[in-house]
Design a protein. Structure first.
Length: 337
């Protein structure tokens, strides 16, 4: 594998928007028993549901930790899903996997950021910290190694130079304690090829593990257009979401509020399940549902902002209980033109 010197931005590379054409989607099979506990079987079922929904539109590569997991995943996944074995600790590939960038000529490379299990919350994490480079090698691309702890769920880009993130996550002392906002902004510009970094304040109160990942509260729907979580007065997230909307609008983004947040009960616990943790694939948007009354309206609202794509709902309340949704468990590989 070729390891490239310098930064992607200096070499003319940038992260494309998620709605641009994909070569495939990367996923990983649930395997951390001490995290999932009695919900592990249900998590595997819902991961397979996401994989099968994505595979109806583009190929999927499913990473498995063991041969037994690989056999299980192969039996559960239908359609265009390729199962491979690589060492992994967990199954949140948006955060531990590589982020791919392209240049104007269509060349593609992978960026391997540092990973420390969301601030050293889950031990061990050394295999997840290495899997990004292994997957860039598997895809066959050259590699940039970035000197920054960064999870893919903590950022979103519009492919036109804008990146949105939260202070709660990227300025958390468990990630890059020696770096302030100006230094992190420069790193994001250098390693993802963006021009502007727009800092929201916080993520969801219910986001206990990732310290306010932006992909639970926001998603770009086009250049400069942001779908943004909003909450009614009385909801514990109301004030933070209002501040996020003020910051996004103040930065010149065209904001569409999204007022729905599912609150299903899983394992006897009421959780907050974000509809905005959807993943965009070729021709479709794969949206988590929670088996609650607001599911149908959520799908309609998302279809309205992606009118050229099919919207596919998939059960996701157990994945939400684990900490995320379809976006958190997938990572796109952009197509080479």
């Amino acid at each position: 594998m070729t390891v490239l010197a310098g930064t992607p931005a200096a070499a003319g590379f940038a992260m494309p928007a998620e709605w641009e054409p994909h070569e495939r989607t990367l996923m990983a099979w649930p395997c951390r028993r001490d995290m999932w506990g009695a919900q592990l079987a249900g998590a595997k079922e819902q991961y397979a549901g996401v994989a099968n929904a994505v595979a109806a539109f583009e190929p999927v590569t499913m990473v498995c930790a063991t041969a037994a997991d690989a056999a299980e995943a192969a039996a559960a996944c239908t359609g265009d899903v390729t199962v491979i074995e690589r060492p992994i600790d967990d199954s949140w590939l948006r955060d531990s996997g590589p982020i791919f960038v392209r240049d104007a000529s269509g060349r593609r490379a992978g960026v391997h950021f540092g990973f420390n299990a969301w601030g050293e919350k889950f031990v061990p994490w050394d295999r997840d910290a290495a899997v990004g480079g292994l997957l860039v090698e598997h895809v066959g691309d050259p590699l940039f190694r970035a000197p920054l702890i960064l999870e893919g769920g903590s950022i979103c880009v519009d492919g036109a130079g804008r990146l949105v993130t939260t202070e709660q996550c990227l300025l958390h002392p468990s990630r890059n304690p020696s770096l302030g906002p100006d230094a992190i902004t420069q790193h994001l510009q250098d390693w993802l090829g963006v021009d502007r970094v727009i800092w929201l304040k916080d993520g969801l109160v219910e986001d206990k593990d990732t310290d306010g990942h932006v992909d639970l509260v926001a998603a770009f729907t086009g250049p400069g257009r942001l779908l943004l979580q909003s909450c009614l007065p009385g909801d514990p997230n109301h004030a933070a979401m209002e501040l996020n909307a003020d910051r996004a609008s103040g930065a010149g983004l065209d904001v569409t509020p999204f007022p729905l947040l599912a609150r299903p009960t899983v394992a006897g616990e009421q959780i907050g399940a974000s509809y905005l943790n959807f993943t965009i694939v070729n021709g479709a948007v794969i949206v988590p549902t929670a088996g609650v009354a607001t599911d149908a309206e959520a799908l309609e609202r998302i279809a309205a902002v992606y009118p050229d794509r099919e919207v596919v709902g998939v059960p996701g309340e157990i994945i939400a209980w684990g900490g995320g949704g379809p976006h958190c468990i997938t990572q796109q590989v952009p197509a080479i033109p």
